[in-house]
Design a protein around this ligand. Sequence first.
Ligand SMILES: [Zn+2]
Length: 97
Amino acid sequence: MTKFTCPACENESIPLKHKYAMGYWMTRRCGECDSLIANHAIILGVLSFAYLWNLLFFVGLAQFGESLHYLGYMAVIWIILDIINVKYVPLMVIRGR
Ligand SMILES: [Zn+2]
């Protein structure tokens, strides 16, 4: 399983499940050094606007266009945003040990 590098101890100790959770503003502890880790807040903040836009835009289209397939587009873009979130948002140390 894919592991991500801890920014505090440089070990590949962050599992994909934790990285995904941190994409939704959660914090996790590194399994090696016990530092408190989160996604980079500013970059994640910008990405959060993309999630919000995605939600409002396609729910709006589904509402006014009266077609539910817009929600399918929303799901596809949501998955793309999740992939960007997991792959490209860097981690930061909130509290080291
Ligand atoms: Zn660590």
